[in-house]
Design a protein. Structure first.
Length: 295
């Protein structure tokens, strides 16, 4: 278990490093960085799946598409949904929108809880109801102050639940489905790289990019592999609990990059952070109950 926890924390740290890493890749824009990340991560993910003998998940999915061609449309939809998320993750730090994206990741566990209730009829525990009420307080304050949430918050907090629900309904919620999503993103990634702002003159001016761009792929692949391995080693509840590490690190990166929380935003952030704390407390209590020997 300790190895799984270390891998999960390492994955969160690597995702946070990648968040900051985009600021080192000037003059690349968010689209070109996204393109390079996808093109460099796909072969690493392919090698990983071959080594771990998970490649059969891909071949099985290909056979399903051959039997049911309409499934391909669903795969295109899930690829587009996660592609937007991966692009936003790399675009936000370059545009000074890191705090908005990190707030979306803080809200994500709560929107997932609500999705489970609304879509699958899952019951909310007492602490989950408290967490939802706290989050609603933060959401209500933001709506009162500005009339709406930043679109980046809505894309992350609302887009991922749609993605996960669709993958579950298509029965592609496994490594083969994720690999297929990345493969279908490749044409867009290649387009962004070919039409990006990077030129030969830029490489002459910024020779460090020869090392930084391939390293982006290595960081992305290592983060993905660490995340997948951790998900296999840990109980689902503990794995979910550790997912809260990433948005905390993203806020730290946003502050390092020079962003700040405005005075009128604290009543938005604090209730949502308290809601996450309540979910963490529930997760810890659940783990302790599981470990307690039966009488």
């Amino acid at each position: 278990m300790s190895r799984g926890i270390a891998l999960s924390v390492m994955a969160s740290c690597l995702f946070a490093v990648m968040y900051y890493y985009t600021s080192l890749l000037a003059p690349l824009d968010g689209e070109e960085i996204f393109g390079w990340r996808m093109l460099l991560t796909l072969p690493c993910a392919t090698l990983f799946m071959i080594v771990t003998r998970d490649w059969s998940l891909v071949t099985g999915l290909v056979r399903r598409v051959q039997r049911t061609p309409a499934l391909f449309l669903g795969l295109c939809a899930t690829s587009a949904l996660v592609g937007v998320q991966l692009w936003l993750f790399l675009w936000a730090p370059l545009q000074g929108r890191s705090l908005e994206v990190s707030l979306g990741y803080f809200l994500l566990p709560l929107t997932m809880v609500l999705t489970g209730r609304l879509v699958y009829g899952e019951r909310l525990s007492r602490l989950q109801k408290v967490a939802v009420a706290l989050a609603a307080t933060g959401v209500g304050h933001e709506l009162y102050q500005h009339g709406s949430f930043a679109w980046e918050v809505l894309v992350v907090a609302g887009g991922y639940p749609v993605y996960f629900v669709l993958r579950k309904r298509l029965h592609t919620d496994h490594l083969g489905g994720l690999w297929t999503d990345m493969l279908l993103m490749s044409p867009a990634a290649l387009y962004f790289v070919i039409n990006g702002p990077l030129s030969a003159a830029d490489l002459d001016t910024h020779p460090q990019l020869y090392a930084l761009i391939p390293l982006l792929g290595a960081i992305s692949a290592l983060a993905l592999i660490s995340y997948v391995l951790a998900s296999r080693m840990l109980a689902f509840s503990l794995f979910g609990l550790l997912s809260y590490v990433e948005p905390v690190l993203l806020v730290m990166v946003a502050l390092i990059l020079g962003e700040s929380i405005a005075p009128d935003q604290w009543l938005t952030y604090l209730p949502i952070w308290l809601a996450v704390l309540v979910l963490i407390i529930e997760g810890v209590r659940h783990l302790l109950r599981q470990r307690r020997p039966a009488a």
